[in-house]
Design a protein around this ligand. Structure first.
Ligand SMILES: *Cc1c(COP(=O)(O)O)cnc(C)c1O
Length: 489
């Protein structure tokens, strides 16, 4: 069962099942639904799983959480991993140094790791909507990866409509084209004149608007969220961490029960939370190493115990999916470690004073599971060039993990880096790293691909000739009308 991270207000149920938490991601006092008790892996779980494939492993983990969804539906959801490059191994583990492995999570239809969770999640959410005979509107603000992955998973799904807001000029060309060429009749993509913060705040004010809520009610439309505040995404982010360990066992890189590090390039902390839950369930993880960019709020929290955004401004970086100040899923770790009352107090301090400070013992408790380090764009670009010359291509997000591998990995045991995007989504940065030349996405894709003899998947190269279905770029004030028109049509 699942329970809210900030206690119960008497209006929401105290404990909910999986499907309720997916359909209604907002819990009491603005909290998030989290597992009440984490299940534990049986001691021969990993050995037993060594003979199973990814989908079978996924099914076993879903069962441990006792999700209240029919097996047949779960199987259909997991069959969406057939859309990945390798059906049997959607997330391959690649060895790049004697103690360094990359868990490549970007082999799905939109070439970012968001597909790992959003593909099966989208299927389950639309199944539930249909079963309950309810219509749902999914609103998403994106800095470039969540948008395409959300649009792809919900394309032409019954009972679901998606509106996706992106900052015009704030994404790579490839990311923009992935969105504005989306074909489903139930999809609407709107460019906003402004940056990601503007897109996100536009979405928030919409969600708070009584007139908007009233008009949805009249049309019998419910609102839900597809970002990682939804536990339905987090559950699929536990699985690939477990699969990386099983692969290390299979390849004899580790003996049973020996520990390893997991390194994650972090933004909203969903990926890291998945690793934390896996560790708590019994995966032998030494520590989870958090990599941040210059928006280093997570590094500050995990090294000083203070989360203070009162004097911070969001900085733009070469790893835009990590440009974030409020990292939503940290809350679930605080809840798991310190309980609902303490979590609620910390979260209200954050919204009122824009900061909170952990006690020393609390920081020590966090550091049992996590350490963190940040790096700047100069480091990322140098690292991309260094690794590319040695035959491995890292995208700008994944490159931040190398700082963690180099600086905060005291033990000589294997380290698994989570690679969150394919280089093709950030070609201008890649080419700049390699040759210090600035050019657009199309040229950068071709140049980089030729120089390093790496392929460009068809889903990316074909973007440049696809029909633009969503040309709208609007001022913030026009968003609501734009959405109203779409919902009527
Ligand atoms: C979303 C994203 C991240 C951040 O992941 P979180 O789970 O939000 O911490 C990192 N890299 C890329 C490429 C992403 O798309």
């Amino acid at each position: 069962m699942f329970t809210g991270t900030r206690g119960n207000d008497g209006k929401n149920p105290k404990k909910v099942n999986f499907s309720y938490a997916i359909l209604n991601p907002g819990a009491s006092f603005g909290g998030l639904y989290s597992p009440e008790i984490l299940p534990k892996f049986h001691k021969d779980f990993f050995m037993r799983m060594a003979a199973k494939n990814y989908k079978e492993l996924a099914m076993e983990i879903l069962k441990l959480f006792e999700v209240d969804i029919d097996d047949g539906v779960l199987r259909e959801a997991l069959d969406l991993y057939d859309k990945f490059d390798d059906k049997i191994t959607p997330a391959p583990l690649v060895k790049i140094k004697s103690d360094l492995f990359v868990n490549e999570l970007y082999h799905g239809p939109t070439r970012a790791f968001k597909d790992m969770a959003l593909q099966p999640f989208g299927h389950i959410l639309s199944y539930l909507a249909k079963k309950q005979n309810e219509k749902y509107l999914i609103l998403a603000a994106t800095s470039g990866d969540t948008g395409p992955a959300t649009l792809d998973t919900f394309e032409n799904k019954e009972n679901i409509k998606v509106v996706c807001l992106y900052p015009s000029g704030g994404t790579s060309d490839v990311q923009r084209l992935q969105m504005v060429t989306a074909r489903g009749k139930n999809l609407k993509v709107i460019g906003i004149k402004g940056n990601f913060d503007d897109a996100q705040s536009a979405l928030k004010s919409l969600l708070a608007s009584d007139a908007f809520k009233e008009s949805l009610k009249k049309q019998n439309i419910n609102l839900s969220a597809a970002n990682s505040v939804n536990f339905g995404r987090i559950i699929f982010q536990i699985i690939y961490h477990v699969s990386s360990y099983i692969e290390l066992l299979r390849k004899n890189e580790l003996q049973s029960a020996e520990k390893f590090y997991i390194t994650v390039p972090s933004g909203n902390f969903g990926n890291a939370l998945g690793a934390y839950y896996a560790k708590k369930m019994g995966l032998p993880v030494e520590k989870i190493l958090i990599a941040s960019n210059i928006n280093n709020i997570l590094t500050e929290l995990l090294t000083t115990g203070v989360y203070d955004i009162s004097k911070k401004e969001l900085l733009q970086s070469a790893s835009p999916a990590m440009d974030i100040l409020i990292s939503s899923n940290v809350e679930r770790v605080l809840f798991d470690k310190f309980g609902g009352a303490r979590c609620k107090k910390l979260m209200s301090e954050l919204s009122e004073k824009k900061s909170y400070a952990l006690h020393e013992s609390e920081l020590a408790a966090l550091r049992e599971d996590f350490d963190a380090v940040y790096s700047d764009d100069e480091f990322a670009l140098k690292t991309i060039a260094e690794f590319a010359q040695n035959g491995y291509v890292l995208d700008p997000h994944t490159a931040t993990c190398i700082k963690a591998y180099k600086n905060i990995k005291p033990k000589n045991i294997p380290c698994v880096i989570c690679s969150t995007a394919e280089w093709t989504k950030f070609a201008p940065t890649m080419w700049n790293a390699l040759r210090h030349e600035i050019c657009g996405d199309k040229e950068a894709l071709e140049n980089f691909s030729k120089a390093l003899k790496v392929g460009i998947p068809e889903c990316i190269s074909s973007l440049f000739t696809k029909e633009i279905k969503h040309p709208d770029v609007v001022e913030k004030a026009q968003i609501q009308d734009c959405i109203a028109d779409f919902l009527k049509g």
